[in-house]
Design a protein around this ligand. Structure first.
Ligand code: ZN
Length: 333
């Protein structure tokens, strides 16, 4: 079964190791969750590669983001025999015809725009086709669920329902819609989620978030949010992070990630928003290890589990890649 994965942090890991002077972590083969060989074994069609910027650690977020973008393109250039960048829906189909996988460039942290719509357009020209409005810090565009309106860390299980997008954030997501860049609400506050619903018309994504009714982590979506996302034509990518999957994560020293938990999240979301709003967003190379899905090559295990859970061909294909591809077709230009 083909795979379209909306989120991973592999490019950051490759750049970190380059900075340390190591040369062992290439995109082609490495000790991470994702490399091109593992993706081939897992039958991948599309992988989004996020340029992730931690505002708490980077004084110059724009420059770090540009370094990450360079790492992304340098790695793709060295591996043109296996993978090519996709900027349009047709690119994905053409790459597939050539027997190649597709890479999609995304940004995880709207703060890299420095509050300037000109930089949003420049990133689009650089090939960015999805942007996560916030990570776990407040930025020029809005607030994350990780912080209270006053800037304190939120308590486990308590979302930020008060401070959402700023006026500039609203302007920016509308510019994203006009450009054909997918808006990503993962990490965004609950209030920000509803602002996106209110101020946009096109489908948007929660690229790597699960169901809060199953696991009460605030990185996950409530049933009402799932319904709104689905009504908007959006897709949420199943995140394999054990803390977002395990219903008992708060009482355990270490949450365990199992295939069965992912299936439980999928069955719940299917009931609430329909199977058309479900995709994959592994968060590979940005999360603690998942017990069953150890890396990209293990994806057929999830397919088998979904067959056993009683889902049909159409539903499984939708979850694995078609729902995401349809959204790209609708939003990208
Ligand atoms: Zn993330």
């Amino acid at each position: 079964m083909k795979v379209a994965d909306m989120h991973c942090d592999t490019i950051s890991e490759i750049l970190y190791s380059k900075k340390k002077g190591e040369d062992i972590r290439t995109l082609r083969k490495n000790d991470l969750n994702i490399d091109l060989e593992k993706m081939q074994k897992g039958d991948y069609l599309v992988q989004n590669f996020a340029l992730f910027v931690n505002l708490g650690k980077r004084e110059r977020p724009f420059e770090w983001c540009m370094e990450l973008a360079d790492t992304y393109y340098e790695e793709l250039e060295k591996n043109q025999d296996l993978i090519k960048p996709a900027f349009t829906y047709e690119d994905i189909l053409n790459n597939q015809k050539e027997g190649k996988m597709s890479a999609v460039l995304t940004i995880e942290e709207g703060g890299v725009l420095l509050g300037n719509p000109a930089f949003l357009r420049d990133f689009y020209r650089l090939g960015v086709r999805m942007l996560t409005v916030t990570w776990n810090y407040q930025n020029e565009l809005g607030w994350p669920n990780a912080l209270t309106p006053g800037g304190e860390r939120t308590k486990p299980g308590v979302p930020n329902t008060e401070s959402g997008l700023t006026p500039l954030g609203i302007e920016m997501i509308q510019e994203m819609e006009r450009l054909g860049m997918v808006i990503d609400v993962s990490h965004l506050s609950d209030a920000g989620f509803y602002d996106v619903v209110k101020y946009t018309k096109k489908p948007f994504v929660a690229s790597h978030s699960d169901a809060r009714a199953i696991c009460p982590h605030i990185r996950n979506l409530t049933d009402d949010m799932i319904r709104r996302l689905a009504e908007h034509g959006g897709v949420m990518g199943m995140n394999y992070c054990p803390e977002f999957l395990d219903p008992d994560y708060m009482t355990k020293e270490r949450a365990v990630g199992t295939i069965d938990q992912i299936v439980q999240h999928i069955l719940h979301i299917g009931k609430v928003g329909g199977y058309g709003c479900i995709g994959l967003g592994s968060d590979f190379d940005g999360i603690s290890p998942h017990r069953d899905l150890k890396d990209a090559s293990f994806m057929p295990m999830l397919e088998d589990a979904l067959w056993k859970a009683g889902l049909g061909q159409e539903e499984i294909e939708g979850i694995f890649y078609k729902n995401v591809l349809n959204l790209y077709k609708e939003v990208w230009k």
